[in-house]
Ligand binder design. Structure first.
Ligand SMILES: Cc1ncc(COP(=O)(O)O)c(C=O)c1O
Length: 411
């Protein structure tokens, strides 16, 4: 038996996984043959595996500048990347704090929000969240995420949050619930996944609801944290999901597609008022957060190359093309009684398998995964929800293969 303990993998029931040998474009080549990566390897790959410009940037930087401490030192890759992120981000996000993963980007955001209110001399400390959200697997991010089978064992370690119902339709119930909570006065921040709740089952809500939540934050001076870890870098058809609602959060978290999915890196962007609340002659107001690999120069160079691709190539056209291709394939399953609730937000398309019992542990999930694997397609249903979230360079034939694997499944 291998010494490796795999993530989200039941070693007691699952067969030994294939071994990845190389990756390129939309494919992972394994010891059992090629696999179409229809889920962008947990939503990280944007342009394609081993995108040449990103790999080249890594090559150029490695061997020249490796990890250097980032407390009290700076370097060009981080400076240039921070500048570029501020240019591309929704208005008003002027400061960039680097970390290593989506979870750490969110932990940093929560600490910034609480730190802000403390330094303002305000005792606000409550965090509002949306039901079924996912923000990571550290204790803090689990606390602001949905509770369930994944984290029941750690419940004694988690902190309490205020939960809003998922915004169905016009989101009236969610908006009313948040208005009432925010008016209570203790609310420090609302954290949400804008437009698409990823791990919660690719649940989607309207941009108007996001705009409505922003307006309530404004009325009651509550900080809005947008977790764009999954939705950022074009997944929803725009660079940021927040762009659909024309809003800017006070804090924005990005990771996954930040480096195009080649190496790990994360950034938490904050508005000037949050930064200024920490900038002081009083050293107790320092933002006390770091990780050893903060702003790794090689990862920053990879991210900068990824950002340059956004600036140089017609990304909006590519996203539009993929959005239309996905819509056509989703529409082809309409009226098929094996499937329900087809939904799409930009390049992300999802559908539910009709089974007597849903939920994350639905037996249909592993069965669908094994079926698609046999067809050479990597899918990873969330319970009975199956989704296709491909790298942007995917071809029409590749997409047909992915949707063909879904359509040929005996639910
Ligand atoms: C919205 C969102 N936030 C945070 C995370 C955590 O990211 P990571 O797995 O890189 O820690 C994820 C991961 O799927 C996510 O989808």
């Amino acid at each position: 038996m291998s010494a490796v303990w795999h993530p989200f993998f039941q070693h007691g029931t699952e067969p030994a996984p294939p071994r990845a040998l190389s990756s390129e474009g939309a494919f992972i080549h394994t010891d059992r043959g090629p696999l179409l990566d229809a889920i962008s390897s947990w939503w990280v790959v944007t342009h394609g595996h081993n995108q040449p410009e990103i790999v080249e940037a890594i090559r150029r930087t490695a061997g020249h500048l490796d990890q250097v401490i980032f407390a009290g030192l700076t370097h060009d890759p981080a400076e240039e990347l921070a500048e570029a992120l501020v240019q591309l981000a929704p208005a008003g996000l002027e400061h960039v704090f680097f970390s290593d993963s989506g979870s750490t980007a969110v932990e940093v955001a929560l600490k910034m929000a609480l730190g802000y209110w403390r330094h303002e001399g305000d005792g606000r400390h409550r965090i509002a969240v949306i039901e079924d959200s996912y923000h990571g697997d550290t204790i803090g991010t689990m606390s602001v995420g949905e509770r369930g089978v994944f984290n029941a064992a750690y419940d004694p370690l988690m902190f309490a949050v205020d939960r809003l119902p998922f915004p169905e339709g016009d989101g009236a119930a969610t908006l009313a619930a948040f208005e009432a909570l925010a008016a209570g006065g203790q609310m420090a921040a609302l954290i949400l996944e804008p437009l698409v709740l990823g791990a919660g089952g690719m649940r989607m809500y309207a941009p108007a609801v996001l705009a409505g939540l922003r307006a309530i934050c404004d009325r009651h001076d509550v900080l809005l944290i947008a977790d764009e870890v999954m939705t950022g870098w074009g997944r929803t058809g725009r660079l940021w999901a927040c762009d659909h609602a024309g809003i800017a959060p006070d804090i924005l978290c990005t990771s996954k597609g930040l480096t195009g999915g080649v190496v790990p890196l994360a950034a938490t962007l904050a508005s000037a008022r949050i930064f200024e609340a920490h900038r002081s002659a009083d050293r107790r107001r320092t933002f006390f957060h770091s990780s050893s690999y903060t702003a790794n120069p090689i990862a920053c160079a990879a991210a900068l190359a990824q950002v340059r691709l956004w600036q140089a190539s017609p990304m909006q056209d590519r996203l539009h093309r993929l959005t239309l291709l996905q819509a056509a394939r989703l529409a082809a399953l309409a009226g098929d009684s094996r499937f329900a609730a087809p939904r799409q937000c930009g390049t992300i398309a999802a559908i539910d398998l009709v089974v007597p019992e849903g939920g994350y542990l639905a037996e249909v999930g592993p069965r669908m995964r094994a079926h698609s694997m046999q067809q050479g397609v990597l899918l990873r249903p969330l319970g009975n929800t199956v989704y296709v979230l491909p790298p942007y360079g995917v071809t029409e034939a590749d997409l047909d293969m992915a949707w063909g694997a879904i359509a040929s499944f005996q639910v």
